[in-house]
Design a protein around this ligand. Structure first.
Ligand code: AMP
Length: 281
């Protein structure tokens, strides 16, 4: 595996074959490695990027304490058979203040955007920059960050970026907790409680499947259940999968998205489901 930190060097190292890129912020876990495995199916050359992107963090968010475990990450990617690791430092990717930014589509102001203003501007901008550095034909994103996946899909469609975006399934721990670099912030007690987010989402999705007219009260109830368990819930919302719009009666492909804080740690998760009769979770 070639580890490249400089953009000009990257250009000389990348092969002329098709490239599949997996953008990450490092502190790699099995969720990231599942994306790498998926990438293998799409191109001869698999490239991973590691870059903790200041632009997508709010002023009071966890940019400084975000876990950085570069040498362990290199070992994991090497073992996974990755061809190129692009890990630019800040001055290489942002040599000057980034004043040109991507404006994400309006649905980016909703859900995560309501609680993390500017987040998707930062995400879309860095992803486009990484695309322009690596020139992949395919890029893989996790459904764990469901809204992010849709923002990137909209960006490539509307800006005619010639890259196919592939969404990869959420990887969970055996107790249901979605793997996340931020899980490392959880205390032992919080880690025991953390799977409740997914459990509550599953229960709510089941209820919506059984009573499709009860979307709003079900989401409200789910949010209250988390509050009673000691969480601070930012949102639990059922949306249309295609565009994250509010579901109409005829919409059956839905996703239930949740974000909530446990102590100082903010976790997000989601579950896709179908309200057609006999749907399974
Ligand atoms: P991050 O390093 O957290 O920015 O994540 C990099 C990529 O990995 C994003 O596309 C995430 O959606 C994806 N990802 C993170 N956690 C998981 C997970 N548990 N399962 C699947 N994909 C994930």
């Amino acid at each position: 595996m070639r580890v490249i930190r400089e953009i000009p060097l990257l250009r000389s190292v990348l092969p002329a074959t098709e490239i599949c890129l997996v953008p990450t912020m490092g502190n790699l876990h099995h969720g990231h490695l599942a994306l790498v495995k998926e990438a293998r199916l799409h191109a001869e050359c698999v490239a991973v990027s590691i870059f903790v992107n200041r632009l997508q963090f709010g002023p009071h968010e966890d940019f400084d304490k975000y876990p950085r475990t570069f040498s362990e990450d290199v070992d994991k990617l090497e073992a996974a058979g990755v061809d190129v690791l692009f890990a630019p430092d800040e001055t290489s990717l942002y040599p000057a203040r980034q004043t040109v930014v991507v404006t994400p589509p309006p649905f980016a102001d909703d859900l995560e955007g309501r609680f993390r203003p500017g987040f998707f501007h930062g995400v879309a901008t860095v992803v486009l920059k990484l695309f322009n550095c690596v020139h992949p034909t395919v890029a893989i994103f996790g459904k764990k960050d469901y809204q992010q996946l849709l923002v990137i899909q909209s960006m490539v469609e509307q800006l005619n970026v010639p890259i196919s975006i592939v969404g990869s399934e959420i990887v969970r721990d055996s107790d249901g907790l979605a793997l996340s670099s931020r899980n490392t912030y959880l205390s032992k007690e919080e880690r025991t409680e953390a799977p409740a987010l997914y459990a509550v989402l599953r229960k709510a999705a089941r209820r919506i499947i059984d009573n499709p007219g009860d979307v709003l009260p079900t989401c409200e109830q789910a949010s209250q259940e988390l509050t009673h368990r000691g969480w601070r819930c930012d949102y639990i919302e059922a949306r249309r999968r295609s565009d994250l719009g509010l579901p109409e009666r005829e919409d059956s492909n839905l996703v239930l998205l949740g974000a909530a804080r446990l102590g100082n740690t903010r976790l997000i998760d989601n579950i896709e489901f179908n309200t057609a009769p006999s749907a399974a979770l």
